[in-house]
Design a protein around this ligand. Sequence first.
Ligand code: KMH
Ligand code: ZN
Length: 272
Amino acid sequence: MSSPLIITAAVVGAETMREHTPHVPYTPQEIAQECQRCFEAGAAMVHVHGRHDDGAPTQDRETFQKILSEIRRRCGVLVQFSTGGAVGMDVEERIEALDLQPDMATLTTGSVNFGDNVFLNSLSTIRTIADRLRTLDITPEIEIFDTGMIDTALRLLDEGLLTEPLHFDFVLGVAGGMGASRRNLQFLVDSIPDGSTWSVAGMGRHELPLASAAIEMGGHVRVGLEDNIYLKKGVLARGSYELVEEVARRATNVGRNLATSEQARQILGISR
Ligand code: KMH
Ligand code: ZN
């Protein structure tokens, strides 16, 4: 029997702009409202980035404080902060909001070409973020864009910067990262330590097919406008909530229950 399915909604990201879709939220209120819609559609967790009112990405602490309090005021969804931010941000900027104590935060364990840019994560950067997460007792979600990033996560485990059980998110289909195939997903799942949990985030048109694969394989799923703006070919999702609804439907069709945020907390070993 698979455990209940954790759906994480990545509602904003750093790259999706109003030029791409009018439905991406920018302000803390818009972001929190979208998180609430996703929660009501079946998401147990939300993954959030910050934006200025004009849409420019920011990891600014004050912005994250507004986002967090607006979400907490509205619903009980688990809140995961991005520590990736946008390409080009320095490490201190990326982690300045962590003392607000989100339920979880991301940790990317390597660098990757990211379209025409490079998402830089030197070992020193990775250790700095991991150390901050450990000090603040925030559970990391380890973001894997390519296979070697698993090896680096295991190295941090050896160094005591991470503790088991580990939770991985396989981000597949980024231009420059690992391709979004079921074969790659299976390989990654086979490469993580026993007792780990995992989710998949497929980019663009790969999002929903990989969500279906994860539902069948006993993993968890991340969807949302950060990764994909279409519900189906040529049809924009009117918000991340429509993608959450679609995943919830697919899970129900094969008899997999959705995790509540409390169940997700237990599955992911979030202690606080
Ligand atoms: N915006 C990407 C460069 C994360 O949230 O931790 C990095 C990213 C990863 O989105
Ligand atoms: Zn992100």
